[in-house]
Design a protein around this ligand. Sequence first.
Ligand code: DX5
Ligand code: ZN
Length: 220
Amino acid sequence: MKYILAPSILAADFKCLEKQMKMTEESGAEYLHFDVMDGMFVPSISFGMPVLKSIRNATNQVMDVHLMIQEPIRYVEEFAKAGADIITVHLEACSDVQKTIEKIRDCGKKAAISICPETPAAELAPYLEMVDMILIMSVHPGFGGQKFIPDSLQKIRDVKAMVEEKNVKTDIEVDGGIYTTNVEDVLDAGANVIVAGSAVFGGDPAANTKAMMEILKKYE
Ligand code: DX5
Ligand code: ZN
């Protein structure tokens, strides 16, 4: 199993974004997490396709695009064209989850589904074999810098058990409130892709990435 760090640029300093992205890449972060918010599914608004297109070629990292938008199927093609490698949609935001996953696949991209803290893990069951990754939100989506919700650990264990039972190779990503102080709990519960915004970009992104990577490497 591969253990991957996905720094969320939501917490980056946008006036020197390229430099900060490079620092995380050179320090071992394989993914770059790109949080898209529409002001409808979540209360805030972040950034979209033009920003992704503009930064796509500034890094070789895998572009891990997290769509926190209502009916994301409407924009799958545009995010695929703008440079997404993995497209994650929220189960709660899709009127037809399967059709949305198929659309992502038709665009030649990896597909993932995410659930909010109040959505039970069991709701993922019908889709486990259709996706490359499950994203478990460990905060309420919409803002960076929130506190990790402790109940998320049991949810990670439940999803891990479901994945093992079906004998599929689905990655388990966790997003929100993860720092060097609690990342081991998240990994121990069964996650293998770690999103970190404030923990990476609050301070020196290179040193912070290295500190996280040192912990992740212990699990390989
Ligand atoms: C929250 C976003 C997260 C966020 C994580 O809605 O999906 O990716 O940027 O930020 P931290 O690591 O600061 O909780
Ligand atoms: Zn995210």
